[in-house]
Design a binder for this molecule. Structure first.
Ligand SMILES: C[S@@+](CC[C@H](N)C(=O)[O-])C[C@H]1O[C@@H](n2cnc3c(N)ncnc32)[C@H](O)[C@@H]1O
Length: 214
Protein backbone atom coordinates (compact mmCIF):
# COMPACT_ATOMS: atom_id res chain seq x y z
CA UNK A 1 0.00 0.00 0.00
CA UNK A 2 1.37 3.45 -0.88
CA UNK A 3 1.96 5.89 1.89
CA UNK A 4 0.31 9.28 1.72
CA UNK A 5 1.64 12.50 3.12
CA UNK A 6 -0.67 13.25 6.01
CA UNK A 7 0.36 16.92 6.01
CA UNK A 8 -1.26 17.35 2.64
CA UNK A 9 -4.57 15.87 3.64
CA UNK A 10 -7.46 18.01 4.68
CA UNK A 11 -9.61 16.72 7.51
CA UNK A 12 -13.03 16.30 5.96
CA UNK A 13 -16.44 15.34 7.25
CA UNK A 14 -16.01 11.83 5.88
CA UNK A 15 -12.88 9.71 5.62
CA UNK A 16 -12.94 6.51 3.63
CA UNK A 17 -10.31 3.82 3.51
CA UNK A 18 -9.88 2.69 -0.08
CA UNK A 19 -11.49 -0.78 -0.24
CA UNK A 20 -9.20 -1.89 -3.07
CA UNK A 21 -6.25 -3.32 -1.15
CA UNK A 22 -3.86 -2.64 -4.00
CA UNK A 23 -4.66 1.07 -3.94
CA UNK A 24 -3.77 3.89 -1.59
CA UNK A 25 -5.88 5.41 1.12
CA UNK A 26 -7.96 8.18 -0.44
CA UNK A 27 -9.09 10.99 1.79
CA UNK A 28 -12.46 12.33 0.81
CA UNK A 29 -14.54 15.17 2.09
CA UNK A 30 -17.82 16.77 1.06
CA UNK A 31 -18.41 20.36 2.02
CA UNK A 32 -20.93 23.03 1.07
CA UNK A 33 -19.87 26.45 -0.19
CA UNK A 34 -21.33 29.29 -2.22
CA UNK A 35 -20.29 29.03 -5.89
CA UNK A 36 -17.82 31.65 -7.14
CA UNK A 37 -17.23 32.96 -10.65
CA UNK A 38 -13.54 32.10 -10.28
CA UNK A 39 -13.06 28.57 -8.99
CA UNK A 40 -10.40 29.27 -6.38
CA UNK A 41 -12.37 32.16 -4.89
CA UNK A 42 -14.63 29.46 -3.47
CA UNK A 43 -13.04 29.15 -0.05
CA UNK A 44 -12.61 25.39 0.48
CA UNK A 45 -11.28 25.03 -3.08
CA UNK A 46 -8.86 27.94 -2.69
CA UNK A 47 -7.75 26.48 0.65
CA UNK A 48 -7.03 23.13 -0.98
CA UNK A 49 -4.94 24.72 -3.75
CA UNK A 50 -2.99 26.85 -1.27
CA UNK A 51 -2.31 23.78 0.89
CA UNK A 52 -0.56 22.05 -2.02
CA UNK A 53 1.18 25.26 -3.09
CA UNK A 54 2.75 25.59 0.36
CA UNK A 55 4.54 22.27 -0.23
CA UNK A 56 5.59 23.16 -3.77
CA UNK A 57 8.74 24.71 -5.22
CA UNK A 58 7.82 24.80 -8.92
CA UNK A 59 4.17 24.91 -9.96
CA UNK A 60 2.30 25.37 -13.23
CA UNK A 61 -1.23 26.67 -13.85
CA UNK A 62 -2.16 26.58 -17.57
CA UNK A 63 -5.71 27.95 -17.01
CA UNK A 64 -4.93 30.52 -14.33
CA UNK A 65 -7.28 33.42 -15.19
CA UNK A 66 -6.22 36.11 -12.67
CA UNK A 67 -4.53 33.84 -10.14
CA UNK A 68 -0.77 34.30 -10.19
CA UNK A 69 -0.30 31.79 -7.41
CA UNK A 70 1.78 29.30 -9.38
CA UNK A 71 5.36 29.75 -10.59
CA UNK A 72 4.18 29.67 -14.23
CA UNK A 73 0.71 30.97 -15.07
CA UNK A 74 -1.15 31.11 -18.37
CA UNK A 75 -4.60 31.93 -19.71
CA UNK A 76 -5.75 32.18 -23.30
CA UNK A 77 -7.71 35.31 -22.44
CA UNK A 78 -5.32 38.29 -22.81
CA UNK A 79 -7.44 40.35 -20.42
CA UNK A 80 -6.41 38.21 -17.47
CA UNK A 81 -3.48 38.66 -15.09
CA UNK A 82 -1.72 35.43 -16.07
CA UNK A 83 1.94 35.75 -17.18
CA UNK A 84 1.35 34.06 -20.56
CA UNK A 85 -1.62 34.22 -22.93
CA UNK A 86 -1.28 31.12 -25.02
CA UNK A 87 -3.35 28.09 -25.81
CA UNK A 88 -2.78 25.73 -22.86
CA UNK A 89 -1.25 23.03 -25.04
CA UNK A 90 1.26 25.41 -26.63
CA UNK A 91 2.11 26.88 -23.21
CA UNK A 92 2.73 23.45 -21.68
CA UNK A 93 4.87 22.40 -24.66
CA UNK A 94 6.89 25.62 -24.29
CA UNK A 95 7.64 24.76 -20.67
CA UNK A 96 8.52 21.19 -21.59
CA UNK A 97 10.84 22.41 -24.36
CA UNK A 98 12.45 24.71 -21.78
CA UNK A 99 13.05 21.65 -19.58
CA UNK A 100 10.91 22.92 -16.72
CA UNK A 101 10.18 20.24 -14.11
CA UNK A 102 7.27 20.88 -11.76
CA UNK A 103 6.23 19.34 -8.46
CA UNK A 104 2.67 20.71 -8.77
CA UNK A 105 0.31 21.23 -11.70
CA UNK A 106 -3.01 22.97 -11.20
CA UNK A 107 -5.49 21.98 -13.90
CA UNK A 108 -8.73 23.99 -13.89
CA UNK A 109 -9.93 24.18 -17.52
CA UNK A 110 -13.38 25.18 -18.78
CA UNK A 111 -15.76 22.51 -17.50
CA UNK A 112 -17.90 22.10 -20.58
CA UNK A 113 -17.60 22.32 -24.33
CA UNK A 114 -19.79 25.43 -24.26
CA UNK A 115 -17.44 27.20 -21.83
CA UNK A 116 -14.39 26.15 -23.84
CA UNK A 117 -15.92 27.37 -27.09
CA UNK A 118 -16.78 30.75 -25.64
CA UNK A 119 -13.13 31.42 -24.83
CA UNK A 120 -11.86 30.19 -28.18
CA UNK A 121 -14.44 32.21 -30.05
CA UNK A 122 -13.24 35.36 -28.36
CA UNK A 123 -9.52 34.86 -28.08
CA UNK A 124 -8.26 31.74 -29.78
CA UNK A 125 -7.81 30.42 -33.22
CA UNK A 126 -10.49 27.87 -34.05
CA UNK A 127 -9.31 24.49 -32.77
CA UNK A 128 -12.59 22.69 -32.53
CA UNK A 129 -12.14 20.22 -35.31
CA UNK A 130 -11.67 17.55 -32.62
CA UNK A 131 -14.43 18.45 -30.22
CA UNK A 132 -13.86 15.60 -27.76
CA UNK A 133 -10.44 16.94 -26.99
CA UNK A 134 -11.96 20.15 -25.73
CA UNK A 135 -13.60 18.19 -22.95
CA UNK A 136 -10.98 15.55 -22.24
CA UNK A 137 -7.92 17.82 -22.53
CA UNK A 138 -5.93 14.64 -23.06
CA UNK A 139 -3.21 16.23 -25.16
CA UNK A 140 -2.68 18.83 -22.46
CA UNK A 141 -2.65 16.19 -19.72
CA UNK A 142 -0.06 14.17 -21.61
CA UNK A 143 2.31 17.15 -21.56
CA UNK A 144 1.52 17.75 -17.88
CA UNK A 145 2.53 14.17 -17.24
CA UNK A 146 5.92 14.84 -18.84
CA UNK A 147 6.38 18.07 -16.88
CA UNK A 148 5.53 16.59 -13.50
CA UNK A 149 8.33 15.08 -11.41
CA UNK A 150 7.82 11.73 -9.74
CA UNK A 151 6.25 12.41 -6.36
CA UNK A 152 4.64 15.60 -7.69
CA UNK A 153 0.94 16.42 -7.43
CA UNK A 154 -1.66 17.03 -10.12
CA UNK A 155 -4.77 18.93 -9.01
CA UNK A 156 -7.79 18.55 -11.25
CA UNK A 157 -11.02 20.56 -10.97
CA UNK A 158 -14.24 19.97 -12.86
CA UNK A 159 -17.48 18.04 -13.06
CA UNK A 160 -15.67 14.72 -13.30
CA UNK A 161 -12.68 13.12 -11.62
CA UNK A 162 -10.55 12.08 -14.58
CA UNK A 163 -7.08 13.36 -13.88
CA UNK A 164 -3.85 11.76 -15.06
CA UNK A 165 -5.14 8.30 -14.18
CA UNK A 166 -3.92 5.13 -12.54
CA UNK A 167 -2.65 3.55 -15.71
CA UNK A 168 -0.31 6.50 -16.09
CA UNK A 169 1.13 5.86 -12.65
CA UNK A 170 -0.83 8.55 -10.81
CA UNK A 171 -2.74 7.62 -7.68
CA UNK A 172 -5.58 9.59 -6.14
CA UNK A 173 -4.63 10.95 -2.73
CA UNK A 174 -7.54 13.30 -2.10
CA UNK A 175 -11.02 14.01 -3.35
CA UNK A 176 -12.91 17.08 -2.21
CA UNK A 177 -16.53 17.40 -3.29
CA UNK A 178 -17.85 20.94 -3.01
CA UNK A 179 -21.63 21.12 -3.20
CA UNK A 180 -23.08 24.51 -4.18
CA UNK A 181 -26.80 23.91 -3.73
CA UNK A 182 -29.59 22.49 -5.81
CA UNK A 183 -29.32 24.72 -8.86
CA UNK A 184 -25.61 24.07 -9.36
CA UNK A 185 -23.28 21.23 -10.24
CA UNK A 186 -20.87 20.20 -7.51
CA UNK A 187 -17.21 21.02 -8.07
CA UNK A 188 -15.04 17.92 -7.87
CA UNK A 189 -11.50 18.62 -6.70
CA UNK A 190 -9.06 15.78 -7.22
CA UNK A 191 -5.45 15.47 -6.08
CA UNK A 192 -3.25 12.79 -7.60
CA UNK A 193 0.35 11.94 -6.95
CA UNK A 194 2.60 10.75 -9.75
CA UNK A 195 4.27 7.75 -8.17
CA UNK A 196 7.10 7.18 -10.62
CA UNK A 197 8.13 8.34 -14.03
CA UNK A 198 7.10 5.82 -16.62
CA UNK A 199 6.60 5.96 -20.35
CA UNK A 200 3.79 8.32 -21.31
CA UNK A 201 2.79 5.96 -24.12
CA UNK A 202 -0.60 5.08 -22.64
CA UNK A 203 -1.54 8.70 -22.38
CA UNK A 204 -0.22 9.60 -25.78
CA UNK A 205 -2.18 6.72 -27.32
CA UNK A 206 -5.39 7.76 -25.55
CA UNK A 207 -4.95 11.36 -26.69
CA UNK A 208 -4.34 10.23 -30.22
CA UNK A 209 -7.40 7.92 -30.19
CA UNK A 210 -9.49 10.80 -28.89
CA UNK A 211 -8.23 13.10 -31.59
CA UNK A 212 -8.96 10.59 -34.30
CA UNK A 213 -12.38 9.72 -32.93
CA UNK A 214 -13.33 13.36 -32.37
C1 LIG B 1 -12.27 27.59 -14.83
S1 LIG B 1 -11.40 28.98 -15.40
C2 LIG B 1 -9.99 29.04 -14.31
C3 LIG B 1 -10.30 29.80 -13.06
C4 LIG B 1 -9.12 29.98 -12.13
N1 LIG B 1 -8.61 28.69 -11.69
C5 LIG B 1 -9.53 30.80 -10.93
O1 LIG B 1 -9.86 30.21 -9.89
O2 LIG B 1 -9.59 32.02 -11.04
C6 LIG B 1 -10.73 28.42 -16.91
C7 LIG B 1 -9.85 29.44 -17.60
O3 LIG B 1 -9.29 28.79 -18.73
C8 LIG B 1 -9.13 29.76 -19.76
N2 LIG B 1 -9.05 29.00 -21.02
C9 LIG B 1 -10.05 28.47 -21.74
N3 LIG B 1 -9.57 27.78 -22.80
C10 LIG B 1 -8.22 27.87 -22.72
C11 LIG B 1 -7.16 27.35 -23.50
N4 LIG B 1 -7.40 26.58 -24.56
N5 LIG B 1 -5.90 27.62 -23.12
C12 LIG B 1 -5.64 28.39 -22.05
N6 LIG B 1 -6.61 28.92 -21.26
C13 LIG B 1 -7.88 28.65 -21.59
C14 LIG B 1 -10.34 30.67 -19.63
O4 LIG B 1 -10.05 31.94 -20.17
C15 LIG B 1 -10.56 30.67 -18.11
O5 LIG B 1 -10.00 31.82 -17.53
Amino acid sequence: MHEIDQDLIMKGDMVIDEPDQAGPIVQTARVWAMPAADTFDCQPIGDMVRRYLRQSKVSIDPFARNKRWATYTNDLNPNTAAQYHMDAYDFLCLLRDSEVVADLIIFDPPYSLRQAKEVYEQFGEWKFDHTQNAIGWLKEKAVCYDLLAAGGHFLHFGWHTNGLGKKNGAVVVELLVVAHGRAHNDTLCLAERKMAHQTSMEFAKEASDETHNG
